[in-house]
Ligand binder design. Structure first.
Ligand code: NAP
Ligand code: MG
Length: 483
């Protein structure tokens, strides 16, 4: 075990008009380390005046940014990716400390993927182009893809830096100015990203960071008449409210919301791989993953064996300080999420599910929860229906394919799904039958900057990543010329 040194000099201020500044009214909020419940830093808390300031500087900067040669915009975004990778260790340590994610995961997954978002969009932005459309003789018609103007990104706390990049990189690539409002529990790596954006030479005003409260500055962004679009990732509850409050200003919205994703193990699967896969699908990032495979359906023939082995594996997972470079299990991200998770565990017990692993807090300091597995879960139980966003797995048994599909689809959510089988046609049949924005076959939780991502049903609408993200942040103009 080696403890990574906690970063000391990191930015905590807002980033507006190319400068790091305190909040206009001087307010701050505390960012907490969830592994020891201690305050890491006081962070500037944005309010109305800061939003006004960011809007004013975005207004001035956006014209030049939108008309900058794509090759130039591309090289600036590529540099942001380089700057992030140069500071890989710092990002990983700060994220571990602020969010409870293990350092190693941050170092090996989150930081490179964050940088890759900038590099992917640096590349594809040069393929943003219009079309010529044949119409009546004597008319020449072409289309232009133009940026929306000033947009905003509002992000959750489970993958702080990655989510920030997912909003900022495509918005800037498409020629927009963007205001980022990160989640309150995890403001720190976004500020480090602002330093990278600054160091790369992205012009002042094009990007602003407004850490603060969702209910204050977040709500002001939602209601702002000049913000053309919001890319939001968060809870369905806040998403629904946002759709309502953004309606009077007709904002374009990308909604990446909750999930209760079904993961299926057929009896013909490579069982050892499927069990490890099911474990990772629910427990990766302590279950704080919107696509978490939180409903596990196991074919009757192998049900008992899968449950027993999965429970044994879950029971061996031990928590440690996320800054310890051997840590594989961190605390839940924040007190609210810890309490919510414990409440759902209690409801599982009360409603009669069979607890086979975990089911209680881990240790007595920090927001650690034991990886928890419930078997004999009935579809009507709360833990089978509601998103927990914590390390709690609900296992159900099935006999037939049709029964499985019906049960798997019986959720208001439709974000992701997984299936483990050696039968290729069954895998594809399942992939086609399931109502979800992503299906993983004999794998789980893969992502790539190039692959569109988003939900069906109440998991949201619109797609992030891939070309679709770029297109969502532009609008099409048709130009008609009489020849
Ligand atoms: P949340 O409470 O919905 O918050 C998300 C963001 O919205 C935060 O930045 C929050 O700020 C802000 N916010 C809250 N109220 C607002 C308002 N009235 N107006 C504008 N912004 C507001 O969600 P969370 O607790 O951070 O994240 C967990 C949820 O995110 C889970 O339900 C999970 O499923 C979902 N999620 C979905 C995906 C996906 O891709 N589909 C990915 C990750 C997470 P404050 O932090 O200051 O309240
Ligand atoms: Mg924190």
């Amino acid at each position: 075990m080696a403890l990574i040194e906690a970063p000391k000099n990191f930015p905590t201020r807002l980033y507006i008009n190319g400068e790091f500044v305190d909040a206009a009214d001087g307010r701050t909020f505390d960012s907490i380390n969830p592994s020891n419940e201690q305050v890491i830093a006081k962070v500037a808390m944005a309010g109305r005046k800061d939003l006004d300031h960011a809007m004013e500087s975005a207004r001035k900067a956006m014209g030049a940014w939108a008309s900058l040669a794509p090759a130039k915009r591309s090289s600036l975004l590529w540099k942001v990716g380089d700057e992030i990778m140069k500071r890989r260790q710092e990002f990983a340590a700060l994220e571990a400390m602020d969010s409870g994610k293990p350092y190693n995961e941050c170092f090996n997954i989150d930081v490179p993927m964050t940088a890759d978002h900038f590099k992917y969009f640096a590349g594809v932005l040069r393929s943003l182009q219009g079309e010529t459309i044949p119409v009546n003789d004597g008319l020449f018609v072409y289309t232009l893809r133009e940026p929306l103007g000033i947009v905003a990104g509002i992000t959750p706390w489970n993958f702080p830096m990655m989510m920030a990049a997912r909003k900022v990189a495509p918005a800037l690539a498409a020629g927009n100015a963007i205001i980022l409002k990160p989640a309150n529990p995890t403001p720190l790596t976004a500020a480090l990203m602002a330093e990278c954006i600054h160091a790369a030479g992205i012009p002042a005003g094009v990007f602003a960071l407004l850490n603060g409260k969702g209910s204050e500055v977040g709500q002001m962004i939602v209601e702002h008449p000049e913000i053309a679009a919001i890319s939001f990732t968060g809870s369905t509850e806040v998403g629904v409210r946002m759709v309502r409050d953004a309606a009077p200003t007709l904002k374009k919205l990308t909604m990446e919301l909750g999930g209760k994703s079904p993961n299926v193990v057929f009896a013909d699967a490579d069982l050892e791989t499927a069990i490890k896969g099911a474990q990772a699908a629910i427990f990766y990032n302590k279950g704080e993953v919107c696509t978490a495979g939180s409903r596990l359906f196991v074919e009757a023939k192998v049900h008992d064996e899968v449950v027993e082995k999965l429970a044994a594996r879950a029971g061996k997972m031990v928590g440690s300080d996320p800054l310890d470079d051997t840590c594989r299990w961190g605390p839940q991200n924040n007190k609210g999420q810890f309490d919510t998770t414990m409440k759902y565990i209690e409801s599982g017990k009360k409603e009669g599910a069979r607890l086979v692993a975990g089911g209680e807090r881990m240790g007595d300091k920090g927001y650690y929860v034991k990886p928890t597995v419930f078997a004999d879960v009935k579809p009507e139980m709360t833990i089978a229906r509601e998103e927990i966003f914590g390390p709690v797995l609900a296992v159900q048994k099935f006999e037939a394919f049709e029964e499985l599909v019906e049960k798997a689809n019986s959720s208001v959510y439709g974000l992701a799904a997984g299936v483990w089988t050696k039968d290729v046609s069954k895998a594809h049949r399942y992939a086609k039958s399931i109502k979800a924005g992503a299906v993983w076959v004999n794998c789980y939780n893969w992502y790539d900057s190039a692959v569109p991502y988003g939900g069906y049903k109440q998991s949201g609408y619109g797609r992030e990543m891939g070309l679709q993200a770029l297109h969502a942040l532009t609008q099409t103009k048709s130009v008609w010329v009489q020849l």
